[in-house]
Write a protein that binds this ligand. Structure first.
Ligand code: SF4
Length: 246
């Protein structure tokens, strides 16, 4: 894939935090570039593989997980990571998301979740809550937003986590845990879009996010559902990790 020198994201875009965290995590884990593949979706966050020194692939909208599945099945020794947006993963690509989760394909799926389709001028995405104002919903989003953590748990995902692009140190550890997990891992990252999402900005997430101790691994799915449905704050960390039989 043709690489460009540096990211072309807007000033302050949360994708910078995700890129920094992913680079550091890959370095900390000593993953060799020739054994690592990062697959992007279509969207601002999906362009992230351009700026990594690994193998990479950017496919059609919503199909990043399908491509990643094919790569992993064809060469299981590769470390396979997907970076795609919330519209990409939970909208047009939702079918692939559900099926990857239930098949437990050994992939880390990082979702750059900003509530909008940033690349196409900020339309409300599937995770935008009811009432959310965007250029295409000036009177408020008439639909309920998807809770991706509930969706992942219900789909059989055995590693469900959430990070925040403004807390890079915490995000690095989540990425390392997600890569090390032997199965399908979701890392939904709250990613401020400084251009099109003025409601869920850094100030909002700085106040709302509450880190869970990284080594505090929960294997109780009912506790995970409770964490995923707290509305007073937003836990960031590992909501659920299944214990596999040895
Ligand atoms: Fe980032 Fe939003 Fe700009 Fe896209 S439109 S690069 S998500 S700030």
């Amino acid at each position: 894939m043709l690489k460009q020198n540096k990211p072309n994201w807007c000033v302050g875009c949360g994708n910078y935090g995700i890129l920094a965290a992913l680079k550091k995590a890959l370095s900390d884990l000593n993953l060799e570039p020739h054994n690592t593949v990062v697959i992007g979706g279509i969207g601002c966050g999906g362009m992230l593989p351009y700026w990594l020194h690994t193998y990479s692939f950017i496919g059609l909208h919503g199909r990043a997980l399908a491509i990643a599945t094919g790569i992993k099945l064809s060469k299981s020794t590769l470390h396979v990571i997907v970076v795609a947006g919330d519209g990409d993963t939970y909208g047009i690509g939702m079918n692939h998301f559900i099926n990857c989760a239930r098949r437990d394909v050994n992939i880390l799926c990082i979702v750059s979740n900003n509530g909008v389709y940033g690349l196409t001028k900020g339309q409300a995405s599937p995770t935008a809550p009811r009432g959310f104002q965007s250029p295409t919903t000036p009177n408020g989003n008439p639909y309920n937003g998807i809770n991706p953590l509930n969706l992942a748990l219900a789909s059989g995902c055995n590693f469900v986590s959430r990070g925040y692009a403004g807390n890079v140190a915490h995000l690095i550890e989540l990425i390392k845990q997600g890569i090390s997990h032997k199965g399908f891992a979701l890392l939904d990252v709250l990613q401020p879009c400084t251009t099109f999402n003025k409601q869920f900005n850094y100030a909002y997430y700085q106040e709302k996010t509450k880190p869970i101790e990284i080594n505090n691994i929960n294997s109780d799915i009912f506790v995970a559902y409770k964490l995923a449905n707290i509305d007073t704050n937003i836990p960031i960390g590992i909501y659920y990790k299944k214990k596999y039989e040895e």
